[in-house]
Design a protein around this ligand. Structure first.
Ligand SMILES: C[S@@+](CC[C@H](N)C(=O)[O-])C[C@H]1O[C@@H](n2cnc3c(N)ncnc32)[C@H](O)[C@@H]1O
Length: 339
């Protein structure tokens, strides 16, 4: 019979602790409270309870639990703020959505996907909206990189494939009053979030959102394609790779090359997978990231593979711009020969 060890029990308790802590933080994130706390606002239990029409006793245990786990501290009774640990974690809160919340519908039924009782895309899908909102929070740090690249390229009309919230496009439109943007996303909820961005930023007439398949450029409205001199693809190509395979992805890249033409640019922001299993365990979030992609019709590839596909499509890699996001890279390419 297996002997009972403290270490074995601790191991499982650590997992449970991580699960409950992540769920509690995710709940506050979804309620908009973590973002408020990250911006220095104190969390007032009575005010939160009143807003939701519940008793403070319903709200308080969640915040108290996060005191125990080191993320919150009490300022005075019923008023809380982030601890130093919470503040340190705050630039990364968006991962709660992109790594956990968006994939909750998938991982709460993972055994059914493994055994074939459910099929991803038919019976269960990730939450695109939660993905989009989480990414928006994380991407603030990489928007500067993309903005610099677009400014340096002197682009006038940017097409963003898989635009999500369209926050990046809105930021590019802010570069100059002449800049035009088109965002394409096939998910209606993401398009709705993108249209919220257009309205909030007052960009009607300059920034257009098209619901459609980014993998089929020819099917996009002519007005969306005409005059485009720069295409951005942020965290979409690994989805196209599964949807259309390698050949289909290279074909899309060829289509982008002919759309932007000589002097035009392609900017890719992607997460690099790894093909080397020896290093996998040491990487910060890659094993989990790869796992969720396996069950959700996406396919990561190492950076070298993306470079190979870009050159097969007749483009030349000009630059890798630094990106402050785990395992991510930003590649700038142009149609062959034009540097
Ligand atoms: C991981 S999110 C990235 C969103 C955005 N680019 C960003 O960085 O915040 C991928 C987006 O691509 C969209 N998408 C996936 N496949 C697509 C396709 N074939 N055509 C258009 N959009 C697609 C999804 O709906 C989702 O909004």
């Amino acid at each position: 019979m297996t002997s009972l060890t403290i270490a074995g029990q601790e191991d499982i308790f650590r997992l449970a602790r991580g699960y409950y802590t992540a769920k509690a933080l995710l709940a506050l994130w979804r309620m908009g409270l973590l973002e408020q706390a990250a911006n220095g606002k104190e969390l007032d239990v009575k005010a939160i309870a009143a807003e939701h029409g519940v008793e403070p006793e319903r709200v308080r245990p969640l915040l108290d639990y996060l005191i125990v786990r080191g993320y919150l501290e009490r300022v005075v009774p019923d008023v809380y703020r982030l601890t130093a640990r919470g503040v340190d974690a705050s630039p990364y809160f968006g991962y709660l959505s992109t790594m956990i919340g968006a994939y909750e519908p998938v991982f709460s039924r993972i055994e059914d996907l493994v055994t074939g009782k459910l099929v991803y895309g038919k019976d269960v899908v990730r939450s695109h909206e939660e993905m989009t909102r989480g990414l928006s929070a994380l991407e603030d740090r990489l928007l500067g990189t993309v903005t610099d690249v677009v400014r340096e390229a002197g682009a006038r009309k940017v097409l963003d494939l898989g635009c999500g919230s369209a926050r990046m496009l809105a930021r590019l439109c802010a570069l100059s009053g002449q800049m035009q943007g088109v965002g394409v996303d096939r998910d209606p909820n993401s398009c709705a979030v993108a249209r919220e961005t257009v309205q909030r930023e007052g960009l009607e007439g300059r920034l257009t959102i098209v619901q459609g398949d980014a993998g089929d450029l020819a099917a996009l409205p002519h007005t969306a394609r005409v005059g485009v001199d720069l295409v951005t693809v942020m965290f979409l190509l690994h989805e196209i790779l599964r949807q259309r395979g390698r050949d289909g992805t290279v074909e899309l890249l060829r289509g982008i090359a002919s759309l932007v033409g000589e002097g035009g640019r392609l900017v890719i922001v992607e997460v690099s997978g790894t093909s080397d299993h020896r290093y996998r365990e040491d990487l910060l979030f890659v094993p989990e990231y790869e796992l969720l992609h396996e069950y959700t019709n996406q396919r990561l590839a190492p950076r070298s593979e993306w470079e190979a596909m870009v050159s097969e499509a007749g483009m030349k890699v000009l630059q890798f711009a630094p990106v402050d996001m785990c395992q991510a890279f930003c590649m700038v390419a142009a149609v062959g020969g034009c540097a």
